[in-house]
Write a protein that binds this ligand. Structure first.
Ligand code: AMP
Length: 484
């Protein structure tokens, strides 16, 4: 039976309401097929691309099954990169928000001690990169005894990045703790090496695949211009001025090239940022967040951004350097022409890159038409319009959090671990307020000297007002509303 609406699934009202708030009106094809078997506890192997809604496809059934009261993590989600770990954590946290779920992310490049402290507190789903997860398992700081379900997300990328041994080690460690383990595997391709992983660890998995006739979508107009390296920059500028796209991703082959190109464009007063694996972790996360918010319009990047990371649909994708791996061409141009929109993918091809273009054409079973760069005639008016656009005031796009604004209020309460504050103290004080009960209290996060608590169902103002004069753990505490 194919269910066309979320409410047709045996899912609690809390989650259905949350999906509605998030604007998920109908299940996507992968969700229609994967939610039920995962809910039923079956192993699932799903072939799925970025943007298909695959995170929610496993997130919805797994959040549904979380038992809030349990002390130790119940689900482990493995992601190949730190950015993906954070993105998936965020999506799962939002889906489970009304269930008050805690979803920590653990990944390299961040201080481990902070993660150890987080893992000491109750958490429901842990999202992490294999290296860091294994590190915590070895240190004994990640308790596996409660894990009932594991998700291996972006499995092909995971293998490309050489994580196969760690993934195997983690699976063995979890299986040592319990015989029954549900596994879900999501991958853009299901080639032989993925099958190896499936055969080694999964039992009678349900295979879920979404039919796709072509490797590249018809909604994307693909063109190429032949240009030698020294002419590419001017050609790129002409294309940008001519198209004046709202959002655009420009792909380069190396980190160095990304850096050089980004600086060159910034010198021309083009509002752009860069993202590549060599950047410091924090800068990478800021670059992603700022691009999502619309603080700048062009992202210069390597293939790290070709897939996985969830950006809105791009109007234009430019291959400043043509990809050396044919699959990456498909991932890159898949950033445009999504969600019913039309998009354009333009490749700049030097004579050295002609062979790679041919290989891609065989792979996608179509010829990428070559146009003449001289046909791009940039007018004065276009130049003015482009320059104006670069100077426009930034309009910050609202993130997913905004959906909950009217429903959830985050309070900051003075007093935390140092004053031995416990969740029970907070719950007790809030439940004493007339009209508020336990269901209205969301995530409680106790820090060293203060505590965050989320008040649900639009009752934040009543709670905040009342707490100004109520004692918590014997003292009147400073209580203020925070930005969500
Ligand atoms: P993913 O493929 O998991 O990276 O998801 C791509 C984007 O689609 C994310 O921004 C999700 O929040 C969004 N999304 C997931 N499921 C739905 C749905 N049923 N309706 C609308 N948007 C969705």
């Amino acid at each position: 039976m194919i269910r066309e609406e979320f409410k047709e699934f045996p899912i609690s009202k809390e989650i259905i309401d949350t999906l509605d708030l998030l604007g998920y009106k109908h299940p996507t094809p992968i969700q229609k097929k994967a939610i039920m078997p995962i809910l039923e506890g079956k192993d699932v192997v799903a072939k799925s691309q970025t943007g298909s809604g695959k995170t929610a496809a496993f997130g919805i059934p797994l959040c549904e099954q979380i038992v809030w009261e349990e002390r130790y993590p119940q689900v482990l989600v493995l992601e190949p990169t730190r950015e993906l770990a954070l993105q998936v954590k965020e999506e799962l946290f939002q889906i489970g928000r009304k269930k008050r779920m805690k979803v920590p992310a653990i990944f390299g490049g961040m201080p481990i001690q902070r993660e150890i402290n987080t893992l000491k507190q109750k958490s429901h789903i842990v999202v992490g990169t294999p290296g860091r997860v294994m590190d915590h398992i070895r240190r004994g700081t990640f308790v596996l005894e409660g894990i009932r379900s594991i998700v291996i997300d972006e499995a092909d990328l995971m293998l490309d990045m050489g994580f196969i041994d760690e993934v195997g080690e983690i699976l063995k460690a979890v299986l040592k703790e319990r015989e029954q383990l549900q596994m879900s595997l999501f991958s853009a391709t299901l080639e032989e090496r993925i099958q190896g992983l499936v055969d080694a660890y999964m039992k009678d998995p349900v295979f879920v695949e979404i039919a796709s006739d072509t490797k590249t979508a018809d909604s994307v107009t693909q063109i190429a211009y032949e240009a030698e390296e020294e002419d590419k920059f001017q050609l790129l500028m002409d294309i940008l001025v001519d198209k004046n796209p709202k959002d655009c991703m420009i792909f380069c082959a190396t980190r160095e090239m990304v850096q050089t190109l980004c600086y060159k464009l910034q010198r021309k007063k083009v509002r752009c940022e860069m993202l590549h694996g060599g950047m410091e972790q924090r800068k990478r996360l800021y670059a992603i967040a700022d691009f999502r918010k619309g603080k700048y319009h062009y992202l210069i990047t390597t293939d790290v951004s070709a897939r996985g990371i969830d950006f809105d649909d791009m109007e234009l994708v430019i291959n400043y350097d043509f990809p050396s791996k044919k699959e990456n061409y498909v991932h890159r141009i898949g950033r445009t022409g999504r969600k019913g929109n039309k998009g354009t993918a333009i490749s700049l091809i030097s004579s050295r890159e002609k062979q790679a273009k041919k290989a891609v054409e065989r792979y996608i079973e179509m010829v990428i038409p070559v146009e003449n760069p001289e046909d791009i005639r940039v007018t004065r008016n276009q130049k003015d319009a482009f320059e104006m656009k670069q100077k426009e005031k930034v309009l910050i796009k609202q993130g997913k959090e905004a959906a909950f604004k009217s429903e959830i209020t985050k309070l900051n309460i003075g007093g935390g671990k140092k004053s031995k504050m416990r969740a029970g103290d907070i719950v007790g004080a809030i439940c004493n307020i007339k009209g508020i009960n336990q269901e209205d209290i969301g995530v409680i996060d106790i820090r060293d000297s203060f505590t965050y608590v989320e008040i649900l169902n639009g009752k934040g103002d009543i709670a905040c007002g009342n707490l100004q004069s109520k004692t918590i753990k014997g003292k009147i505490r400073k209580v203020r509303k925070m930005k969500l």
